[in-house]
Design a protein around this ligand. Sequence first.
Ligand code: NDP
Length: 292
Amino acid sequence: MILLDGKKTSSDIKDELRKEVDELVSSGVKKPHLAAILVGSNGASETYVGAKVKACEQVGFDSTLVRFNEDVSELDLLNEINKINNNKNIDGLIVQLPLPNHIDELKVTQAINVEKDVDGFHPTNIGRMALNLSTYLPATPAGIMELLSRYNIKTSSKHCVVVGRSHIVGSPMSILMARNNTPGNCTVTLTHSRTKNLKEITRTADILIVALGKAQFINSEMIKDGACIIDVGINRVKSEKTKSGWKLLGDVDFDSVANMCSSITPVPGGVGPMTIAMLLKNTLKSAKNKCY
Ligand code: NDP
């Protein structure tokens, strides 16, 4: 079984990005600059944004973190987005999700300038992805594609089953795996909570991509011998064995499937670190005006 090591791969990517940034800067071009907006003080969001800011430092990007209280009005948030859209020094803008209930996420996503939408969530960029045009791919699906590519996982003509159809992971993943590209060219089945006989479907997957947010949901009875398994899930569960009192588990029961699959991403250290690496890659792409 091959461990698809996202931690090492993302570190390799960051080294490559650092080199490119150094070359850019020594040729007189300004550093790439990522802006992040964080609303409220949700613990997980704080962690994710903190990791993104730290990653910017590691590769030599500038970063700006704009914080708002939980009760910020939608209008104030949209005004800040507009300000950043018009700031020529900033190449990429992300708004950390989820947002409080009184703010319309779609409105916020659509307010971001498509040319700075390095999370790749804007409907225009999703449409460009579906049409196989140059765009910013959503970071988590892009990270999975990069892992498949760097580990030379054959995808053409394979059956790929995706569990979960969220706008940020499952749906774009299904589009990317079906596109006429490498990786890609799979026959794709997209499953969700209304899918009947899920086990019968997942057992036919050559490549199984799981993003449903339920700890250890997929076990050995649900996979095919020799499958490649991508576990996107990040679930915090209580643990008496750790200092913090909790641990991270994926959506796949790793120990149960480890002897059956040909390759698998661990949790933590699989898809998670790749997501941040792809966000940085998108920001560099924007700084180099390579997308639009
Ligand atoms: P969402 O909650 O937005 O979507 C979950 C999806 O799973 C839905 O489409 C839902 O179906 C489906 N689902 C729920 N229960 C079942 C079931 N019993 N059988 C089949 N499908 C089911 O989740 P996200 O996509 O945002 O995240 C999924 C997981 O990935 C989470 O653990 C999250 O923390 C993690 N994640 C990790 C990232 C990373 O960087 N590694 C990035 C983003 C997310 P329906 O549509 O019918 O409700």
